[in-house]
Design a protein around this ligand. Structure first.
Ligand code: ADP
Length: 274
């Protein structure tokens, strides 16, 4: 509709019109290609665990007189089933954050609660790897937004920090309030001492299904969707996410979100913006 309106305005300029239509077609084609890639990726990601489950169930049947082998295969079936569940859950999360307007039921959300929830979510994994988790600064801070979506975003960052770190390292979560031209923001930084991310990969990790090392990601139950979810959630909350990293030394993912009172003031001053 917008493209038509624009073309109507420039109609007297014949060649400009053609150019606009061509640009519009190119954009439509690009969107179609992205959609096709996404469907192909989803199919592939679903086929891998389903194929493994099918092979493993055959192996169980063949090994029925060897209880030890049955145990081993059943254990691997459980891992594949968990992987499928994770993938489906993250696909649902992703479609939700892409389609829902999070600010429709926005509320002040306590940052210390978000942090505690995120830590809880990885407690088991961190414990197995003897990773120490330390949080600071979150008391009394509140962000403005959709509680469920914000919890998913921070949870993904902390989960990644634990997943991509060696044993006996430290994961830190630091929150603070900062002044910004449009009103105060809350900054939450998740720092790890993990494998880090190269400059080249850093540009792509927020894409759906992009992983630096697919085998490593799958081994930890990763889906390649976590950071895509983070990016969407933060953007739809009028925030931003940045990453600093040095290969072999670690990474810091920082999200900035509108502070609750500042966001409410802004909405009251400019009700038409909502
Ligand atoms: P995944 O499910 O694979 O973790 P994400 O979208 O959360 O998917 O992350 C995409 C990729 O970015 C990961 O596969 C990993 O290669 C890289 N990555 C994300 N977080 C970190 C981190 N804290 N340290 C190192 N690499 C990371």
């Amino acid at each position: 509709g917008e493209a038509l309106a624009v073309s109507a305005r420039v109609a007297p300029l014949g060649s400009r019109l053609v150019l606009l239509l061509v640009e519009d077609l190119t954009e439509a084609r690009r969107i179609e290609a992205v959609r096709r890639d996404f469907v192909a990726n989803v199919s592939h990601e679903l086929k891998t665990p389903v194929g493994a489950l099918s092979l493993l169930s055959e192996a169980v049947m063949d090994a029925s007189d060897d209880p030890e082998a049955v145990q081993r295969f059943a254990g691997r079936m459980q891992i594949e089933a968990t992987r499928l569940t994770n993938l489906v859950q993250e696909l649902i999360d992703l479609s939700r954050v892409q389609n829902d307007d999070p600010l429709e039921d926005a509320e002040p959300v306590r940052v210390d609660e978000l942090v505690a929830e995120a830590i809880d979510r990885c407690r088991h994994q961190a414990g197995t790897k003897q990773i120490t988790m330390a949080a600071g600064g979150a008391d009394d801070l509140r962000v403005w937004g959709n509680r469920g979506q914000l919890a998913a975003a921070l949870g993904n960052l902390v989960e990644n920090a634990v997943n991509y770190s060696p044993a006996r390292t430290r994961v830190g979560i630091a929150a603070r309030q900062i002044a910004a031209p449009g009103g105060d923001m809350i900054e939450i930084a998740v720092t790890d001492q993990g494998i880090g991310i190269s400059d080249k990969d850093r540009e792509r990790i927020f894409e759906r299904f992009y992983r630096v090392d697919p085998a490593r990601s799958r081994a930890t139950g990763g889906t390649g969707l976590g950071l895509a979810i983070v990016k969407h959630v933060v953007a739809s909350h009028d925030g931003e996410v940045t990453v600093w990293s040095a290969e072999g030394q670690g990474s810091t993912f920082t999200i900035r979100l509108p502070e609750a009172a500042a966001a409410r003031d802004r909405a009251q001053q400019h009700p038409d913006l909502d």
